[in-house]
Design a binder for this molecule. Sequence first.
Ligand code: FE2
Length: 377
Amino acid sequence: MLKEKDLLEAAAVEEIAIDGFDFIEFYVGNALQAAYYYERGFGFDLVGYSGLETGSRDQVSYVLKQDHVYLVLTGALKPDHNVAEHVHVHGDGVKTIGLRVRDCKKAYETAIARGARSAKEPQVVEDENGKYISASVYTYGETLHTFVERKDYKGFAPGFKPVDRKYADNGNERKVGLAAVDHVVGNVEVGRMEHWVEFYQKVFGFYVYQYFDKEDISTQYSSLVSKVMANKSGSVKLPINEPAEGARRSQIQEYLDYYTAPGVQHIAIATRDIIKTVAELQKRGIEFLRVPRTYYDALPERVGKIDEDIEELAKLHILVDRESDGYLLQIFTKPVQDRPTLFFEVIQRKGAKGFGKGNFKALFESIERDQAERGNL
Ligand code: FE2
């Protein structure tokens, strides 16, 4: 949990003002097919496109939207393009975590002055849709943070043509209910977590929101340590994991071996009705990690009274954790590309602001069962 030292360090650095997550961009091998997966599987609507038809000669992007969540899927049209190289080295994965700001130039200049590495200087675009300003800095691995100042810009971003494609089943639009990005987690190499914790403290003015040590997150086989970095409003939460010594290969190490670099491990998306959301996602073929029946037998004693029917949660393999302010429900997908790297979390918060510490053991044992099936444990 919070240490006095972390709070003091946070107080010393003025925070870069960030309203929240703006978009998350993936570099993928085949953006057209990936878009289909997020539309049909996860219930996103296609709202924007950029490619040859819009004058983009070497890369193509699809913009998907669901409530407040924007995903961008980008692929290369040429073999020597940086997107193609990224996919060659890392497989499909997250390239950019977009952060919405009110003053892009100030955010970027502050970050650079405090030691962040530049990826793109502020770029101001004015077109018929309004004014759009963006700039990017590097975080862990090859991952970027892009500051986005939209003002009243209409549409997603310059260069994208609006699209209105909603996936309908028998004429009915099928709602999934994914509402907003809750947190985005990064995996870094062993011994590097503190470096990135300091980066978010000293560059962004974030603080350590929560801390999980080896004892919190260890199973019979493997373990990891984690610190959650956040801004004071709590609108941006970025946990950082590193592998810890265990009897076998940590799941974080498996990620690093296949992504071949630090990168985004999972994206958690909040819903207002997790039972409905997960039932719908499962109907659409999204695969989730499963927990043994014994988890639910022990649940009433562990979390006390909850609104949901435990049998229903057990059927869908949804996890529950109780904290002082309330409880949360969560579930994790299997990896969403060929390599065992990125996955999604679906989360519903009922008062609880944490990350499901009480579920770590059950969850990580579940991940390890899959890891063992891949011959990587
Ligand atoms: Fe999470």
